[in-house]
Design a protein around this ligand. Structure first.
Ligand code: FAQ
Length: 321
């Protein structure tokens, strides 16, 4: 009698694909141990890496105000927010690693401009009102975009989004509270808030990505359950959410065409300048060079820390072997 074998038959690619399709159709999660099509893996690494890079580069515009915050309280709030963004970047890089990506390699691709980060972080923070407006509009847009990603089909990404969204909701409220305080202040402070809203409104709308008819990744990403809504759907949701908040704040959104459509109950808005978006993506925004240069310096100047930690870990491994 032959010995029992523990080997299980290896399913063929067609069976694996069918299993993957069935998991997606049932709205269950794909986990790192599961087979997945190469396009799904690559597409996720692309999106998660760009998201992680956005969080890390996104520390810079607000970080510029850490040494010039107007009070100890504002400094403590800002410091906590910027640290949260670093944490979000780390969860996201970890999620990308579960797909086989290497974090150092992703950082190199960012610095070599082979991978993107959100267009919004290529604009300068000129006044402290910008800190409030980033919290209100940029975190607000990020939440709108990311709450549906908590139901994304890839387990580690979806789970990371739950905590990220909770923290970003807090960021959005602190930004709005800062703006409320400034709006109750002097005429100069109110003017500062209005000027900031004027500069950040349109770039915030661009955060949602190109219009649906010019979004090469959307259809496949939605079929795989990575994205749950199109770019234009989420942009509209953000506009509908922000207009009443602007009214309560007492600021004017810089769009003369913004008007409630009584039939749909949604706000119509003016045309977005997609040529500006394309310029920023091509590396020609106001701060692209500065953002990348600072990230490059952080990698190069701190390389000795990685080397020392690696040497220490190797030494310990050798001793315990
Ligand atoms: N900026 O085909 P689609 C934050 C690229 S986190 C730059 O529509 P997709 C937190 C896109 O990658 C903000 N590039 O692409 C925070 C693609 O290029 P590729 C980041 C953009 O992926 C707050 C090409 O254009 N959030 O703010 C942008 O289906 C405050 C064609 O586009 C996320 O990443 C853009 N705005 O849809 C931190 C959320 N839009 O990759 C600090 C997750 C598009 O083929 C302070 N990501 N592109 O070379 C997503 O939901 C999606 O990736 C979209 C784009 C919606 C961004």
């Amino acid at each position: 009698m032959s010995a029992p074998t523990l080997d299980r038959p290896v399913p063929d690619e067609t069976a694996l694909q069918q299993q993957f399709d069935a998991t997606i159709a049932a709205d269950h999660r794909i986990e790192p141990r599961d087979w997945m099509p190469e396009g799904y893996r690559k597409g996720l690494i692309r999106q998660i890496a760009q998201h992680a890079h956005s969080e890390i580069i996104g520390m810079q515009p607000e970080g510029d105000w850490l040494l010039a915050a107007p009070s100890l309280r504002r400094k403590a709030i800002l410091l906590a927010k910027v640290q949260d963004e670093a944490g979000h970047g780390l969860y996201l890089y970890s999620a990308a690693e579960t797909l086989g990506a290497d974090r150092a390699d992703l950082t190199d691709k960012l610095i070599e401009r082979k991978q993107k980060y959100s267009s919004i972080f290529n604009y300068p923070t000129l006044t402290y009102a910008d800190v409030g407006v980033i919290g209100w509009l940029v975190d607000g847009a990020a939440i709108c975009n990311q709450v549906p990603l908590c139901r994304s089909s890839y387990g580690p990404y979806a789970r990371a989004m739950i905590r990220v969204c909770k923290e970003e909701s807090f960021h959005q409220r602190q930004g709005y509270e800062l703006l409320m305080t400034m709006m109750r202040g002097t005429d100069a402070q109110r003017a500062m808030v209005q000027d900031s809203v004027d500069r950040w409104w349109w770039p915030s709308l661009m955060m949602f990505g190109p219009p649906d008819d010019d979004s090469p990744n959307s259809a496949q990403s939605m079929a795989w359950g990575v994205k749950r809504h199109t770019n234009d759907e989420l942009r509209q949701r953000f506009v509908d959410m922000s207009v009443p908040q602007a009214e309560v704040l007492g600021v004017t959104l810089p769009d003369p065409e913004l008007a409630l459509d009584p039939e749909t109950g949604r706000y119509r808005f003016g045309a977005i300048d997609w040529s500006e978006f394309k310029q920023v993506l091509a590396g020609n925004g106001p701060c692209n060079d500065e953002r990348i240069a600072r990230r490059r310096a952080a990698r190069d100047d701190n390389a000795w820390v990685t080397e020392a930690a690696t040497a220490y870990a190797d030494k310990h491994a050798a001793v315990s072997a």
